[in-house]
Design a protein around this ligand. Structure first.
Ligand SMILES: [Zn+2]
Length: 284
């Protein structure tokens, strides 16, 4: 069975996302464990956790990850923002552990003009601090490849490896490859050769054994644009072939694949459209 899913909303309760995923025939799911665009924390009650567990059992959805809030920036040169980010990430790791979610995905951070090397060092320092503060967190922190928009770090595999190299507890760090982001960062995926070169670079610099999840998104912008604009599968600058390469790559067969494509409300159910498009590409 292939692990294929989408990001679903937790409006109405965390368990709602699990049932949404099930309705769409998903076998994997990504959620925010709180409102992702505010600093406000969410404390889970025993009831929240119970409902979530029950939903997981009822639907049979085995693979779930969470995505950390967008405001978190461990590379921030602003001490106040940095401290806030450390705290927020600690909360996220604890909350996800309470929900038995094994992976928390995070964009590494933005250096905000302080410089890339400084930013990478700050991120690692922040991760070390967070891990020290929450030894009880059982989930892995999964660093996502980014498009490199603005001063965002993590747009090269080397940058992600550099962060991990400076983290003490490397076994608590994993990686997420986002097709839209790597393409925007300049890694081509459109032909079989280009795709293989990109994956070989990932293997060489980071290692496929440390890859935990793949985000499947097409993009509105071109190769190397450094702009992060997700598009429906096969409708953007990446095109449909790349998704076929990924879905049929034996090296990636066991890895969960999640879409984060646009969800505009209207007569077309875009999640269903994108998921079905991906399912039609699977050759085994
Ligand atoms: Zn992503």
């Amino acid at each position: 069975m292939i692990l294929l899913g989408a990001h679903f909303s937790i409006a109405g309760g965390l368990h709602k996302a699990v049932f949404s995923a099930s309705e769409y025939g998903c076998t994997a799911l990504q959620i925010f464990t709180k409102n992702a665009s505010t600093w406000k924390e969410r404390r889970l009650s025993a009831h929240d956790v119970k409902q979530f567990d029950v939903a997981r059992i009822q639907t049979g959805i085995r693979w779930i990850c969470s995505h950390a809030a967008y405001l978190i920036n461990l590379a921030s040169p602003d001490r106040h923002k940095y401290d806030k980010s450390v705290k927020a990430l600690e909360h996220e790791l604890v909350r996800s552990s309470q929900l038995s979610i094994p992976y928390v995905i995070m964009h590494p951070g933005s250096h905000m003009g302080a410089g890339e090397d400084k930013g990478l060092r700050r991120i690692s320092k922040g991760i070390n601090k967070v891990f020290d503060h929450v030894p009880e967190a059982t989930c892995q922190l999964v660093l996502e490849t980014t498009a490199g928009q603005g001063s965002n770090l993590g747009y090269t595999f080397e940058q992600l490896a550099a962060i991990s190299d400076m983290v003490k507890a490397k076994e608590r760090v994993g990686f997420c490859l986002d097709t839209c982001h790597v393409f925007a960062a300049g890694y081509d995926l459109r032909t079989k050769t280009a795709y293989q070169e990109t994956m070989q670079a990932f293997e060489r610099v980071i290692g496929l054994d440390r890859l935990r999840v793949i985000h499947l998104n097409d993009t509105k912008k071109g190769l190397g644009s450094r702009i992060d604009r997700h598009e429906h599968i096969g409708k953007g600058a990446i095109g449909i072939d790349a998704f076929s390469f990924i879905l049929n790559d034996p090296q990636l067969k066991a890895l969960p694949k999640i879409i984060e494509t646009p969800k505009k409300k209207g007569p077309i159910d875009y999640d269903r459209m994108n998921l079905n498009r991906l399912r039609s590409l699977i050759e085994w």
